[in-house]
Design a protein around this ligand. Sequence first.
Ligand code: NAP
Length: 302
Amino acid sequence: MYDTIIVGAGTAGLTAAIYLRRASKKVLVFEAKSYGGQIINASIIDNYPAEPHISGFDFATKLYNQAKELGSEIRFEKVVNIEDGDIKKVITEKDTYECKTIILATGSDNRKLGLEDEDKLIGKGISYCATCDGNFYKNKVVAVAGGGNSAIEDALYLSNLASKVYVIHRRDEFRAEDKLLNELKEKNNVEFILNSNVTKLNSNDLLESIELTDKDGNKKVINLDGLFIAVGRIPENENFASIVNLNENGYVIATEDCNTNVPGIFVAGDNRTKTVRQLVTAASDGAVAASEAIKYINKNKL
Ligand code: NAP
């Protein structure tokens, strides 16, 4: 029987594990993919206090090692269900585990454009991770779809590898910070295509070109080797929908102290309702959710 099972080994989940272990609680963390969550793909993090210029990989690895060294048990199993009760259950593809409290820290996954063949072409011209796949496009022509920080960071990264980078955004205003945008505008191999959506992927096994449609309905085709899609993320909560309340966008409805509608089940990080989804607020959530779990265990003498 675990004091707390944490679902997700990203920044929120691993921070929660650190706090729980420092309170001598028995902790198990489940991760379906690799540790670190979304931040592991960031080339450089410049907005985390006291850790300027650290790579996403180094940050995630330091955090993972810290949680492990403190005695957290971490298993790479996909959680498919949870059950509420005096003893709560976490069900993975392999087994069922019992615990007193649960922290949901599953974060979010890539939002897709929803185009025909988008899934089929992943790894054959379509990518959601510039830092993972950018090297395959050295001296080639690529496009980035999106207008947030991720898209502009991806375009910056790719501009140092590819011969040409198109940035395709559906509006003429960006969500990305001015600092990043201004840096990108200085690059002479980057072309912005605004007020346009990618509406078709043309391929012959590999992606060969994309069709764009502008806001007036005009279409044009761009020949390229790769399309990097960076149009935001969606929360990964579908397996918990029958237990905790989600909002209309699929986020777990949470209080600021990371409580859900179910006593003893907490939520931390990007998969909960909140206004600021940043690395530092994910870490903050981990600490808060762990403290709430400890309080719940002690108060109920579990
Ligand atoms: P985001 O800020 O939500 O931006 C998503 C972009 O994709 C928006 O420009 C949006 O267009 C566009 N988009 C959404 N759905 C689309 C669709 N179906 N078709 C075409 N375009 C679509 O997401 P993000 O860039 O992944 O960033 C997520 C969070 O992480 C943000 O808070 C961001 O600041 C943070 N982040 C920070 C850093 C950093 O500090 N270094 C790096 C990366 C991310 P509209 O603008 O028209 O809605």
